[in-house]
Design a protein around this ligand. Structure first.
Ligand code: GLN
Ligand code: ZN
Length: 774
């Protein structure tokens, strides 16, 4: 057991953004990968960022020496950090270890990004967020051993700087529960089977952290809230009980905070953790109520996650206080204030947004503002509610101001949503539509198309930036984009594709572009959040009722159609994806917001139709992404999400062909929902998994048009004609021939032209082969 008994601080955040206020880490890491910054220099930049973070958090009111500042830096991903620390590196990267078996930064990055034939670790969604983690590969052969001292070094670095920080490490249960079985693992093997072998290494890691000066360590165990993992709630709770019995008894360890945010803990997991020999538990009170009393709490600190780590709203501080106060009823040794999750999912600082309407800004809280809220609540816990009355009242006043502000509620929008009836969500009989479209479009069997974007070249990005700086006039930029569209249309004609696209050169991002053209959204200048590795996105803020002041895409589509006799696809982003990749309002059900966006898109579709566009694609790559973690919440989600897509598209005439596109995920659980979207044609990522999804689609009885991707656009590799042909043969075998489309997995915007042209040539050639063989 530990000898140090410094109490847990009364307030803390579970983690802080690590990319830097101006994405300094991204730039440094990418420069390092490009060979322009050596490892020592990169380490110095990272240390500087960590130092700035500690100083900033202390300035905001967290304590320098009471473990309230989390040490949550990562060069790429926190799951990968933990996997590397315990030596869980797949066999194919074994040669990258140092002579003494350690895993250095080079090996860490190589496993994250792949090298030659050695594929990178897979990447997948972190719970129901937009963050993606690297999936550890663990099998019977994995030899766990302490393989990196990075966590300990950061604690020591902070110590030397005058801080006692609290290292944040993904816990053993979550590390295994999120891992996948390594390639050679026998049937039925589950990484969780290796828990007992892993625990001694975690115990050693704890001892190392203690030796480096940590009083407290935070072990993140969000897997315990999830119902979407292979392990059941009982299995996970049982694993947690075993893990923390062992770690609790470990020698020379710091005190342990087990943190389980992102949703409510299962009853089993809560009971197991309450009884475990650890000193503190952090729970998410923004997504679940105060849990029932449980044996074992009397000696523990409970950190109430009352400040939402995932939205950007200043929120209701009075309500947060009440929840904390209710937590006191559990008779734990201490109640502390915290965030519901790490703040890695929100931008740094509202103060950086000089261009934002000050009134809107006063309703917002990014990581720094949320930290101040936690400090305020902690103060209240120590000195009483009266001592923080002023701050609580100010938050309540901002909330009231937001409720009544113009634009937050738009009467016309609300009346239109309220008047919707079942018919507004229904396009009518599919077979009749299909017949009308066959006649209208007269497409060949196995029609070929692409998903929308063509390569976003340096020229395009430069022109956009110059236009943003005012160096290109509106007319000049417009002319540039028209030339680009004309080039892309000519290229597709030359390739012999059947349904063309305009290439989307005018869009910086498929969601932000629409947010910029719709009322009810605001965009930030510096509001970046990490998406994965060095990649960050800048979500728009959806703050008010959504409406469309003017047509958005019509001019571009009409121009593109004027250049060709082939059908030109209008290209829109669907309501669910627009919500999933924005910061959404928290003052009404998401489904209501989705319907407002849907109506704006419905008007856009009507305008496209009037202008002569006969094929319209509404992308919903994020449909799976927003699926709630709790099974009980999933039917309601699928109901409104599918409903909003149908609302957006159901105004289209029978002869207008509505496409949708999905990617980025496994579709198993949403196959029925995809069919319920009732699109005429669905293109879906499939090449990356070598056509696996085709079987699922066939089994589901999906009857409409379907384009399982035959070209994996995530790599520069050009697929051979035979390889594409094999995937097509499989699709034609398993699905109704008349309904099969031929397309890549996703948009081409991240690809270069050479590989794109070669790949699309092969795609068309393979299609011709298969057509001739029919
Ligand atoms: N139409 C978009 C594109 O082609 C779709 C992108 C996506 O699915 N993520 O880029
Ligand atoms: Zn896609």
């Amino acid at each position: 057991m530990t000898d140090s008994r410094t109490p847990f601080p009364h307030g803390t955040i579970l983690g802080y953004p690590r990319i830097g206020r101006r994405r300094e880490l991204k730039r440094a890491v990418e420069a390092h990968w490009a060979g322009a910054l050596d490892e020592a220099e990169l380490e110095r930049t990272a240390a500087g960022l960590r130092r700035a973070t500690r100083a900033r958090l202390a300035e905001l009111g967290l304590g320098r020496d009471d473990s309230s500042i989390p040490e949550s830096f990562s060069f790429y991903d926190q799951v990968h950090d933990a996997a590397v620390a315990v030596g869980a590196l797949p066999e194919r990267f074994a040669a990258l270890r140092d002579a003494d078996g350690r895993i250095g930064l080079g090996a860490y990055f190589t496993a994250a990004r792949g090298a030659g034939d050695d594929a990178a670790l897979e990447m997948t969604k972190w719970f129901d967020t937009n963050y993606h983690y690297l999936v550890p590969e663990i099998g019977p052969e994995t030899r766990f051993s302490l393989s990196s001292d990075r966590f300990a070094r950061q604690v020591a670095e902070a110590k030397a700087d005058g801080y006692t920080t609290r290292p944040v490490v993904v816990g053993p249960v979550t590390l295994l529960a999120l891992a996948k079985a390594s390639d050679g693992a026998p049937e039925g093997f589950s990484p969780l089977d290796r828990l007992d072998d892993l625990l001694p290494v975690y115990a050693a890691l704890l001892a190392a952290l203690r030796a480096a000066g940590a009083d407290w360590v935070q072990l993140d165990e969000p897997a315990l809230v999830s119902e979407s993992l292979t392990a059941s709630a009982e299995e996970l709770a049982d694993a947690a009980a075993r893990a923390y019995a062992v770690l609790g008894a470990a020698a020379d360890r710091p005190q342990v905070l087990v943190a389980a945010g992102y949703a409510q803990l299962s009853h089993e997991a809560w009971t197991a953790l309450a009884a475990a020999p650890v000193e503190a538990l952090a729970i998410d009170l923004t997504r679940g109520g105060v849990p029932a009393a449980a044996p074992g709490l009397a000696g523990k600190t409970i950190v109430g996650g009352v400040v939402d780590g995932r939205n950007v709203w200043r929120g209701d501080l009075a309500a947060a206080w009440q929840r904390l106060d209710a937590l006191r009823g559990l008779d734990a040794a201490q109640v502390s204030a915290g965030t519901s999750t790490s703040l890695q999912h929100v931008p740094h600082d509202v103060e950086d947004e000089a261009a934002l309407d000050p009134r809107l800004a006063s309703w917002l809280a990014f990581a720094d503002q949320k930290t101040v809220q936690v400090v305020t609540l902690a103060d209240g816990l120590v000195r009483g509610r009266d001592s923080i009355a002023e701050a609580v009242d100010a938050a309540s006043a901002a909330l009231a101001d937001r409720r009544d502000a113009p634009g937050v509620r738009n009467g016309a929008v609300r009346a239109r949503v309220a008047a919707l009836g079942a018919a507004d969500f229904d396009r009518g009989d599919y077979d009749a539509r299909a017949a009308a479209q066959d006649e209208e479009l007269a497409l060949p069997l196995l029609p070929t198309t692409t998903i929308g974007s063509f390569p976003q070249t340096g020229d395009i990005r430069r022109a956009r930036a110059r236009h943003g700086r005012g160096e290109l006039t509106g007319a000049e930029y417009d002319g540039f984009l028209r030339d680009e569209i004309a080039r892309v249309v000519a290229l597709q004609e030359d390739l012999g594709l059947d349904v063309l696209v305009h290439g989307e050169p005018e869009r910086n991002d498929m969601v932000q572009y629409f947010a910029e053209h719709l009322d009810g959204f605001a965009v930030t200048q510096h509001g970046w959040v990490q998406s994965y590795g060095s990649r960050a996105t800048r979500p728009s803020i959806l703050w008010g009722d959504v409406s469309r002041p003017a047509p958005i895409t019509v001019d571009w589509s009409v121009f593109a159609q004027s250049l060709t006799d082939k059908p030109m696809k209008g290209m829109l982003t669907g309501p669910v994806t627009i919500l999933a990749w924005s910061f959404v309002r928290d003052d009404q059900p998401l489904g209501d917001t989705a319907n407002q966006v849907a109506l704006a898109l419905r008007d856009e579709i009507a305008d496209l139709e009037t202008a002569g566009i006969r094929v319209i694609q509404v992308d919903e790559p994020a449909l799976r992404e927003l699926l709630p973690l709790k099974q009980a919440d999933q039917p309601a989600y699928l109901d409104w999400s599918v409903g909003s897509f149908r609302l957006a598209t159901a105004g289209a005439a029978p002869a207008t062909q509505v496409h949708t596109h999905l990617c980025y995920s496994e579709f198993d659980v949403v196959i029925d929902a995809i069919a319920a979207l009732d699109a005429d044609v669905t293109s879906i990522e499939a090449a990356r998994s070598r056509g696996e999804v085709i079987g699922d689609i066939a089994a589901s009885g999906f009857a409409a048009g379907i384009g399982p991707g035959v070209y994996d656009i995530h790599s520069p590799r050009v697929p051979a004609v035979a390889e594409i042909g094999a995937l097509l043969d499989r699709a034609v075998d398993e699905l109704a021939l008349r309904r099969v489309w031929v397309n890549p997995d996703c948009g081409l915007k991240t690809r270069g032209y050479d590989e794109t042209v070669a790949s699309l040539r092969n795609l068309v050639a393979a299609t011709t082969d298969v057509r001739e063989r029919l």
